[in-house]
Design a protein around this ligand. Structure first.
Ligand code: C5P
Length: 346
């Protein structure tokens, strides 16, 4: 027998959810859409690096959010509060939706191409469902339909986090084709993020307007992305993924636009290639740069090398003293958001 979830107003301990980051291993921009978005093809993976959201009944009359760790900008705009409001509206007062107090521990760099805000939104959707007893009081199919509808409306990256498994993404991001778990040891990832918040919309509009932002090899990005998804579906091993790092690192159609939006990003990428001797990719619209390794220990050693490069001046970056350098892994578990592991920023 298993116990029914207890609504938040009767809980003694808060509901806790981990919200994993994502990495784009490829990102092909296929074309402009009449709704103002772009059609994409991307292979995305969840990372062990996660934010942590705790939710309990609020003492006052409104939902509240406290953020620790990294500043997230205007908190009223935060996707956590928007997700609570969206669930409350979708439930039409069917359940006793008491106000919620959320505490978000931010470990994922903000506005950095790692999907942190989108992942926090799914953690908040699920915490609100849980707090308000939707698990027991709503038909599971109805609940799943509300969950995926709200996710698609909260942002293009949000649907990926409903499963947070490796996936091939298409449409504007809402078509999520879940891929099987990567076989073998979880690959290590070094993330290097300049302290510059990047608005995704600015990178896409630069791609649309600036001839210098046009990818030289857009057709090959799409081919690389679809090929990787096909290999993954057939059962890809982690070591085979590493062998493909060079192709993947050049398979992001937003890279030239991100270089224009973030002065100094191209120089940082070059200095990382010189320092580490490995392919360096861009996640999403940036500015996070990634480098793949066989293990977390190797990624951590690379992080040390980058820190040393910052100290001796061989790594150049905008606001170099505030560069985030994080060693983590690609999550290979079926449901990484349920795993307790978190990576602390170095
Ligand atoms: O959906 P989201 O709010 O995350 O997207 C932010 C912005 O990024 C959109 O307003 C749009 O300008 C751009 N975008 C796009 N095509 C996508 C995803 C995002 O043009 N597939």
């Amino acid at each position: 027998m298993h116990d029914a979830p207890v609504p938040a107003d009767r809980r003694l301990s808060p509901i806790v959810r981990l919200a994993p980051a994502k990495l784009n291993l490829t990102l092909a921009v296929l074309g402009w859409r009449p709704d103002g978005y772009h059609d994409l093809h991307s292979v995305m993976v969840p990372l062990a690096l996660s934010d942590r959201l705790s939710v309990a009944p609020a003492l006052g009359p409104v939902d509240t959010l406290r953020v620790a760790g990294r500043p997230v900008g205007p908190e009223a705009d935060n996707l956590v509060l928007r997700a609570f409001a969206a669930v409350r509206t979708a439930l039409h007062g069917q359940l006793g939706a008491v106000p919620l107090a959320a505490r978000l521990e931010k470990h994922i760099p903000v506005a950095a191409g790692l999907g942190g805000g989108s992942s926090d939104a799914v953690a908040a959707l699920d915490a609100a469902f849980d707090a308000w007893g939707a698990d027991t009081q709503l038909d599971p199919a109805h609940r799943a339909a509300i969950r995926s509808d709200l996710a698609a409306r909260l942002g293009s990256d949000v649907p990926f986090f409903l499963t947070a498994s490796a996936a091939a993404i298409s449409g504007r991001g809402e078509v999520v084709d879940v891929l099987p778990a990567l076989r073998g040891t979880a690959p290590g990832v070094l993330l290097v993020t300049p302290d510059v918040a990047v608005a995704t919309a600015a990178v896409f509009s630069t791609l649309d307007r600036d001839p210098l932002a046009l990818p030289a090899n857009s057709g090959s990005t799409r081919a690389a992305s679809e090929h990787l998804a096909g290999e993954w579906r057939a059962g890809l091993r982690a070591d085979a993924l590493l062998v493909r790092a060079g192709v993947l690192a050049s398979a992001n159609d937003l890279a030239a636009a991100a270089d224009i939006v973030v002065p100094g990003l191209r120089a940082l990428r070059r200095s990382l290639v010189r320092c580490l001797g490995r392919p360096v990719g861009l996640s999403g619209s940036g500015p996070t740069l990634w480098v793949l390794y066989a293990s977390k220990a190797e990624a951590a050693a690379a992080a040390e090398a980058v820190s040393a490069g910052v100290a001796d001046g061989s790594i150049v970056a905008p606001r170099v003293d505030r560069l985030s350098i994080i060693a983590t892994t690609i999550s290979t578990a079926a449901h990484p958001a349920d795993r307790p592991e978190e990576d602390e920023p170095r």
